[in-house]
Design a binder for this molecule. Structure first.
Ligand code: FEO
Length: 164
């Protein structure tokens, strides 16, 4: 049993995680289209990760015998100016997701909902890694700039770096 406010916030977070998945899938297509298979693979893996994030909350809501709501997922951007813009967007997006997670956590604290706090703690920790990865790759992308042979090697390196 969940408080209505907490249920609403959790359902909104399910949608936000699915939007993230959709956004990374769009980025994967952009990278694939520009012959960047390593970046495309990274983004596709992230698409899968984000679906797991959504489903973890989805399962929790059902375990609490509450109703999951699945409103439409917003259309993500399909056009980017450059690889650097993709990574700037990724980093900014993960910072945004962190702020959403913190709001759900703060609400669970206010409502003295200890089980939801436990669930959200996993996301708080996960977001530290998500931001760190995005920021590190953004810095590498900035470093190589428009040097095509450096981009070629970075593309190969990025796909191996996940090691999953
Ligand atoms: Fe589910 Fe990338 O945060």
């Amino acid at each position: 049993m969940l408080k209505k406010t907490v249920l609403k916030a959790l359902n909104a977070q399910i949608n936000a995680e699915f939007f993230s998945a959709y956004m990374y899938l769009g980025m994967s297509a952009w990278c694939e289209d520009r012959n960047l298979p390593g970046f495309a693979a990274w983004m596709r893996k992230q698409f899968e990760e984000e679906q797991k994030h959504a489903l973890k909350i989805f399962d929790y809501v059902l375990e609490q015998n509450e109703a999951v709501s699945l409103p439409p997922i917003a259309q993500p951007p399909a056009v980017y100016k450059s690889l650097q813009e993709i990574w700037e967007e990724t980093y900014a997006h993960e910072q945004h997701v962190t702020s959403l997670i913190h709001k759900v956590y703060a609400l669970a604290m206010k409502e003295q909902d200890f089980a939801t706090q436990g669930l959200m703690q996993w996301y708080v920790t996960e977001q530290v890694e998500e931001e760190q990865q995005a920021s590190a790759i953004l810095e590498q992308v900035k470093m190589v700039g428009t040097n095509s042979s450096a981009i070629f090697f970075l593309d190969r390196h990025v796909s191996k770096s996940r090691g999953e």
